[in-house]
Write a protein that binds this ligand. Sequence first.
Ligand SMILES: C[S@@+](CC[C@H](N)C(=O)[O-])C[C@H]1O[C@@H](n2cnc3c(N)ncnc32)[C@H](O)[C@@H]1O
Length: 213
Amino acid sequence: MEEQTGLAEYWSRRFAQEGMIWGSEASPTADWARRLFRQHRLGSVLVPGAGYGRNTKVFSAEFQTYGIELSREALDLAAEWDPGTHFIEGNVLEPMDLQVDAVYCYDVLHLFLEEDRYKLVAQCLAALKPGGLLVFTFFSDRDANCGIGRMLEPGTYEYKEGKYAHFFSEADLLAHFAGTQVMETGSYVETLRSPLGDAHQYILRTIAARKIS
Ligand SMILES: C[S@@+](CC[C@H](N)C(=O)[O-])C[C@H]1O[C@@H](n2cnc3c(N)ncnc32)[C@H](O)[C@@H]1O
């Protein structure tokens, strides 16, 4: 719990200082997920760790969309940016009290140590209806930051002072989603643009999977 308070403070400080840190353009992976959810005629989407709603906005015009987020500052920005999503202040490592057709979770899973990563996947599966779909993205072990800094656990590095992430191999990815029917895995080079126009690229892994009934 202490760790979650620390995380909430870290993210709230960043959102308060930097506002829409990654700009307003959604990730192309959100468009990909929307097409997949549309193809399967799904009605509701949960976005855990929704930030300020950069990606929820892709879903909220078409699906009943819920965003769960720890940071109050992010939630204030999100309420303005994406009024179509129902944002809930909460911790995604705890039961989410929702039943949805789909989960889209962008760049949250790599923020945690192993025990909490498995907890997050389990909580998302618990919030998903049987047969529902999930799409996750997270840092790849092919990213330039993998292996930089102090190793906290296998594949997890403090790549910046006070900031760590887990960098997923394909085998690692499959282990985290072992309880699901994997539909597709992939690798993707993401470009993030700050509000000032600076661009930064990094390598993600992606997964689309179905909850086994
Ligand atoms: C790297 S950002 C990704 C933001 C968002 N998914 C997007 O698409 O822009 C991680 C987000 O997860 C949130 N977060 C971190 N730990 C969380 C937790 N335990 N419960 C809910 N949100 C959390 C942070 O506050 C932050 O907004």
